[in-house]
Write a protein that binds this ligand. Sequence first.
Ligand SMILES: *Cc1c(COP(=O)(O)O)cnc(C)c1O
Length: 413
Amino acid sequence: MELKGFSTKVIHTGYARKDAHNALHLPIYSNAAFDFETAEEMADAFQGRRPDHTYSRVSNPTVENFEKRVRSITGALGVTALGSGMAAISNTFFTLTQAGDNIVTSKHLFGNSLSFLTSTLKAFGVETKLVDLTNFEEVKAAIDENTVALFFETITNPQLEIVDIAVLSKIAHEHGVAVIADSTLTPPNTFNAPAFGVDIEVISSTKIISGGATSTGGLIIDYGRFDWSRNAKLNDFARRFGPFAFNAKLRKEIQRNLGACLSPFHAYLQSLGLETLDLRFNKAANNSLLLAEYLQTESKIKQVNYPGLKNSPFYDLGRKQFGENPGAIITFDFRSRAESFRFLNNLQIINRATNIYDNRSLAIHPASTIFGDFTPETRESINVSDTLIRLSVGIEDIDDLINDIHQAIERIE
Ligand SMILES: *Cc1c(COP(=O)(O)O)cnc(C)c1O
């Protein structure tokens, strides 16, 4: 019978049980190499004539099953699981760029992504142009004949900016440019990436997919829709592999050579996480809306940002692209940095910690931590104010979260 729903697909995408004891859950194949009956079979496996595993840096049954589950919920052509979100991002750009190429993106990016593009990749001769992705004229002006990719995050952090993905994709495709989205904040149960023109999705599965920050992992989800004959590095592969060109380059060369493979144990945890993703994400997003509404009633708070609030400038776009659950991150400002610090120190249930999308709620003052090394001018230019608090909302019961925040605010003075 055809599996239709998100959770049914995840839970019932099975594995070949030929060597297991009919265990209902996928075993953790924690080994490096695989045995062969004959030299001929081994040669066939190495040369891709048989689908067998040879060495776990290249592929592994537990990791493969995790990839298969992601393929079943996204309908993608190729899914590659790696050791972290940054591994997914770096492997993607090493696959599709070469010296002389450029990438158009925004400075509203995860810090290490920005550093990877503007330092690591730059040293290989690939330029990154930082533009305002909400200004389409600026985007068009930045694209030139050497532009190979348009890159953005579906909801930026901590600005919580949402770009119009369908419009950006159209602009990119008119210029023969591939669209790459980091959709970590809007997992596949809430965002149908190809419907908005995304060619490749990258996700830090460290966050919600892992079951709530249980382990690091990353995903590259290739929808096989881009014509790679337009890309200088991949046009030879496009002739040989057609829509599989990106995936072939990634799997046959880049992923093997960079070696940032996902551990089978982490693949197991992340497969489990995927089984409850829809439940957990919807609960966290529900909590976020209730908390954001409540925070607006607190007079010591200057401004509350959550794309699910009707007064958010990103409300309509959020609904159009992500339905009723536009993420589970809220930001808000107190009147001074001292008040923000006192608020954090007063919290009793919510943890003071970095990271997002754990099962527990996490609060942080971004300006003094994640962005502490930046100059005040840079912080201002990326909208990280000195009074800002970021709250990643977990799946605790809403009354406990509201009570904790309320008592923390009451005790500020
Ligand atoms: C966390 C994060 C990353 C990096 O993922 P890691 O798993 O920590 O390497 C990339 N993009 C976004 C949006 C993230 O939140």
